[in-house]
Unconditional design. Structure first.
Length: 153
């Protein structure tokens, strides 16, 4: 019971590919009435996920390993966290929000960062799955929690 009352005083920031998609709507419905407020920001990787040049792909790889290198994007997210006094950031849609979650945790170590894995892995090839597994294992030490679907109800 005390956990619910503490969560009820907490503002949560949702970080994802599309702040108006079905997944964020489900997450909003799940948290509705259980938290003090919700904020939304788009992750830095969504705009770059289809980049084709090797230089840009290398930049995305670097971000996956060490956190987003886009200072404007990071500052935008940190501003929302600070303005809303969010205590929890929930990133959704596979490994895309990992660079932002890593950077947020480094910049705001007291903010809890959680990854929501609605579908995992998202990759269809063995190489893609291995890459996503590597990113997730590397990022796990920065995450305060991982939410994933299961057959349990």
């Amino acid at each position: 019971m005390s956990g619910n009352s503490a969560l009820g005083r907490t503002v949560v920031t949702l970080l994802g590919t599309d702040t108006q998609c079905e997944h964020s709507g489900s997450l909003r419905a799940m948290l509705d009435g259980r938290v003090a407020g919700l904020a939304s920001v788009t992750d830095s990787q969504s705009a770059t996920k289809n980049w084709k040049s090797w230089r840009l792909k290398f930049s995305r790889l670097r971000d996956q390993l060490w956190g987003t290198s886009d200072p404007d994007s990071l500052q935008s997210v940190l501003s929302v966290i600070d303005e809303t006094q969010s205590k929890i950031v929930i990133g959704y849609w596979g490994t895309l929000p990992l660079p932002d979650l890593l950077a947020i945790k480094k910049a705001r170590p007291n903010v809890k960062v959680v990854l929501l894995l609605l579908c995992y892995p998202l990759a269809l090839t063995k190489g893609g799955i291995l890459r996503q597994d590597f990113y997730l294992r590397r990022a796990a030490r920065f995450l305060d929690g991982i939410v994933f679907p299961s057959e349990l109800t």
